[in-house]
Write a protein that binds this ligand. Structure first.
Ligand code: COA
Length: 184
């Protein structure tokens, strides 16, 4: 990794105005099809952020949602990855992979508290290279759009849910996943 690059793991509520502004800019560039109205989040605040800096420039980030979900009615502790993004001029150079590897590093001593890493994605190959795999599940989740809660939806998905085992629990496919909250 470029020796100038630094990672920072931070609680969401500790973010300063400069960092929030750079996150909002990165979101706008990374997901041009969505309108974030200048926010740092799409639907809901994450609990933590893993930031990647080149000096004072934010070149990448991911948000983290730490939550109990149920899988086939059994509670599981899930660290969900939200809005992973790398500044376009820093993409295709291994930086996204480095950010995911740093997340593995951050959680490696806390495996007793995290059963799975989880995310929703279209870029399967990129995540598969980092140890995630696609899973097919019947999902229940809370729908939120622009700060309005539309209640619970449920549907089967086989093309976007990706999971990586962290603790000892196994993740069976063809199960029922209750996200116990909003879909990120
Ligand atoms: C998805 C994303 C985070 C990947 O970041 P990245 O820094 O480009 O990731 P990497 O460089 O580690 O890997 C990306 C690809 O570049 C390739 N790559 C890595 N280093 C490379 C290099 N030096 N030269 C050429 N290609 C390289 C990787 O093999 C990988 O290929 P693959 O996608 O076919 O598996 C980035 O494309 C992004 O921010 N996209 C916009 C936001 C987004 O869609 N986020 C995902 C939400 S689910």
């Amino acid at each position: 990794m470029n020796p100038e690059f630094k990672f920072e793991f931070i609680d969401e509520f500790r973010l300063n105005e400069n960092t929030k502004s750079q996150i909002a800019d990165l979101l706008k560039i990374s997901f041009p099809e969505e309108d974030f109205h200048g926010r740092t989040y799409f639907k809901q605040l994450p609990h933590y952020r893993l930031l990647m800096w080149n000096g004072k420039l934010l070149i990448g980030q991911l948000g983290l949602d730490y939550r109990v979900m149920t899988h086939n009615k059994e509670p599981i502790r899930v660290m969900g990855i939200i809005d992973l993004m790398i500044l376009p001029e820093y993409q295709k150079k291994g930086n996204g992979t480095l950010l995911l590897k740093e997340l593995d590093n951050v959680i490696k001593d806390h495996k007793e508290n995290i059963d799975f890493l989880f995310l929703v994605a279209d870029h399967h190959k990129f995540y598969e290279n980092c140890g995630y795999r696609l899973t097919k599940q019947h999902v229940k989740w809370l729908t939120i759009e622009e700060h309005i809660n539309y209640g619970i939806q449920e549907k089967e998905f086989d093309d976007c849910l990706m999971v990586k085992q962290v603790g000892d629990k196994k993740w069976p496919d063809d199960g029922e996943l209750d996200m116990m909250g909003y879909w990120y």
